[in-house]
Design a protein around this ligand. Structure first.
Ligand SMILES: Cc1ncc(COP(=O)(O)O)c(C=O)c1O
Length: 498
């Protein structure tokens, strides 16, 4: 039976929806939502899903999601996590003693256990573990402070939260600009970049200011290029507020030298830019002469006054625990009142998930020499490192050796980003099909080989060049097939259009 209240509420809805249709239709969404793009899960992946539902075997090389491609979890981490979820396991004989002790320590320090909301900034004992890790990693005079650490649901929400501090979408902007009043906040991002940045900047109403990495010089960054971009942006009424650096690079795989890092810090300080150092691949480095260099360490060593946020995650490294959604960011030289606002923003979401926080604690404080789990932990991690380094070498060497393709060695992170010299006929055929040339190439690769990669246009690339990104994550037994399939496809594609 319809009540009076239901009738009046139905009348209210009808009055506000003249066509009696839906209130929420795509044409009524904000342009920021419609314009945001995320190629890593874009057209190629949708097509791959369709093919898979029709029974094709697909190898997903589009995303750095290690466990999806068969990487095994580290035993110690999962044992601790299991016991924090189900405390009865702490008295069982099936788990290592140090895993049980660590689980008991976490539970003793998390009021209410893993089912309760935690402190909004993150569980204090985990933030202390993160701070101790940073102090030991950076080996600089200043100790890291747990109060400067925010635990997050993976690096992504932390990055988005910091970007939201930097971009004021209410600024009046006109593309004619240069009136002195019309402004938009800009963020410098590398080209190529990881599309979390382009998408988030678009969503927040900011402007991307791209600085190109130099492919010929191993994807090195150039301060000159950054300076030019900052000057050009200012002339268009865009006010650059921050610079993003991804080190090791995604999709480009380069590891920055200490000199490069110091130059960026110096440049940012001179130009009045906040630095966002995306260091989620800090553990994934494959060249002894190109170790990871932390922005925080260089900032302290250079006594810099730069304002810096550095990000880390449990999704990469040797954990690959992407689904766990754990990570943190560290604030360096950030104004106290701004940190209060950050804390407020964290509180709006109550807290990051507690399992992810525990995984973050485990990532930064794994078993030490002498602990019961150390031998197994060390064996698992060493094997994984060695295998990732071999895969990086095998894949990039094979791609670089193909006619019509060049590929820089993957010094770090989990990807290869080869350039494909597409013949003019292929470019024309792509245009006729209404596709970007690199998307056209990648779609054909998917159809013919079942390998799903991401076109370079999803990351940004120098005009007139074409790339794709693939991961180094297929297991070694599968990697040789991947390499062979890509090579066969590429050779026949080039032959067809040359
Ligand atoms: C450079 C970079 N930053 C951030 C992220 C986000 O990682 P998370 O899973 O921690 O949100 C990724 C994920 O691939 C990445 O490649």
């Amino acid at each position: 039976m319809l009540t009076r209240r239901m009738l009046s509420s139905a009348a209210h809805v009808a009055k506000n929806t003249p066509d009696h249709g839906r209130v929420l239709t795509v044409d009524k969404l904000s342009p920021a939502i419609l314009n945001a793009e995320y190629a890593v899960r874009g057209e190629l992946v949708i097509r791959a899903g369709k093919l898979e539902s029709e029974g094709r075997k697909i190898i997903y090389c589009n995303i750095g999601n290690p466990h999806q491609l068969g990487q095994k979890p580290i035993t110690f981490f999962r044992q601790v996590l299991a016991a924090t979820q189900y405390p009865e396991l702490i008295s069982s004989s099936g788990l290592a003693e140090d895993a049980k002790a660590r689980a008991a320590e976490y539970l003793a320090n998390i009021p209410g256990g893993t089912g309760a909301y935690s402190h909004s900034q993150g569980i204090p004992i985990v933030r202390k573990q993160v701070a101790d890790f940073i102090t030991a990693r950076d080996k600089v005079a200043a100790k890291a402070d747990p109060e400067e650490i925010f635990l997050t649901d993976g690096a992504s929400p932390g990055i988005q939260r910091v970007l939201s501090l930097l971009i004021d979408p209410t600024l009046p902007f006109s593309s004619k600009a240069a009136t002195g009043k019309a402004r938009k906040h800009g963020i410098l991002i590398p080209i190529p970049q990881y599309p979390l940045y382009s998408a988030s900047i678009t969503l927040l109403g900011g402007a991307q200011v791209g600085y190109e990495l130099d492919e010929e010089r191993g994807w090195e960054l150039s301060i000159d290029s950054m300076k030019k971009q900052v000057t050009a942006a200012r002339a268009q009424g865009i006010e650059p507020r921050a610079i993003v650096v991804i080190n090791p690079g995604n999709p480009t795989g380069q590891c920055l030298s200490a000199q490069n890092v110091a130059e960026v810090i110096n440049f940012a300080e001179q130009e009045g830019l906040v630095v966002l150092a995306d260091e989620v691949y800090q553990v994934n480095t494959y060249r002894a002469d190109r170790p990871f260099v932390s922005f925080k360490a260089e900032a302290v060593k250079n006594k810099s006054h730069v304002e810096l946020f550095s990000f880390h995650s449990v999704s990469k490294g040797v954990l690959g625990e992407c689904g766990r959604r754990g990570g943190y960011f560290e604030c360096y030289n950030i104004d106290g009142a701004v940190k209060e606002q950050l804390y407020k923003l964290a509180s709006v979401s109550l807290c990051s998930n507690v399992d992810g926080q525990i995984m973050t604690g485990l990532m930064v404080q794994p078993p030490k020499k002498g602990d019961p789990s150390f031998a197994q932990y060390n064996a698992e991690v060493s094997e994984l490192y060695a295998s990732l380094a071999r895969r990086a070498k095998t894949l990039t060497a094979a791609l670089d050796g193909l006619h019509g393709m060049s590929c820089n060695f993957t010094e770090g992170a989990l990807y290869a980003f080869p350039q494909v010299m597409l013949p003019a006929k292929a470019v024309a055929a792509a245009k006729a099909a209404g596709k970007n040339p690199d998307t056209f190439y990648c779609l054909q690769m998917l159809e013919e080989t079942g390998i799903c990669v991401v076109p370079g246009s999803g990351f940004g690339q120098k005009n007139g060049t074409f790339h794709f990104r693939t991961t180094i994550l297929p297991q070694e037994s599968v990697m040789s097939q991947v390499v062979e399939k890509i090579a066969n496809f590429h050779n026949s594609f080039i032959k067809k259009y040359e």
